[in-house]
Write a protein that binds this ligand. Structure first.
Ligand SMILES: Cc1cc2nc3c(=O)[nH]c(=O)nc-3n(C[C@H](O)[C@H](O)[C@H](O)COP(=O)(O)O)c2cc1C
Length: 114
């Protein structure tokens, strides 16, 4: 099992609605390829944790890395882990109007066959 954590800065304004649109597309794509983790957006910055098979994590990150919707993509941690730390995909949006973190979407529980 492999984990990669990065931070980045958005290049466009992410309203709550826009974040939700992005987040929901991701959650279904990630489920298909066995990726769990979490994505947080706050004050124009993203932090994302991706977990899964090493090849799946690296292939997905190579796409994310060049996505023009963000820049200054910086990996803060990467390597093997013994088990998933996130058993579902979680998305969190910091709402500056309410000064609260909102968890969005219903958690999708992932079950490894091992
Ligand atoms: C901050 C950020 C995080 C992203 N995270 C994911 C993700 O977890 N899973 C995903 O499939 N796409 C994610 N994307 C979108 C990818 O960059 C890319 O658009 C998507 O994988 C579709 O690629 P494809 O059309 O080549 O399959 C993210 C984009 C941004 C800007």
């Amino acid at each position: 099992m492999y984990q990669l954590i990065y931070v980045s800065s958005s290049t466009e304004t992410f309203t709550r609605e826009k974040f939700l649109d992005l987040a929901f597309v991701m959650s279904s794509q990630n489920t298909k390829i066995g990726i769990t983790g979490m994505l947080v957006f706050k004050d124009g910055n993203f932090m994302e944790v991706l977990e899964g098979e090493e090849s799946a994590v690296k292939e997905l990150f190579s796409k994310i890395h060049v996505d023009p919707r963000h820049t200054l993509v910086s990996v803060i941690q990467e390597g093997d882990i013994s088990a998933r730390e996130y058993s579902s995909w979680a998305m969190t949006f910091y709402n500056s109007a309410t000064e609260q973190y909102e968890h969005v979407g219903s958690p999708i529980q992932w079950k490894d066959n091992s």
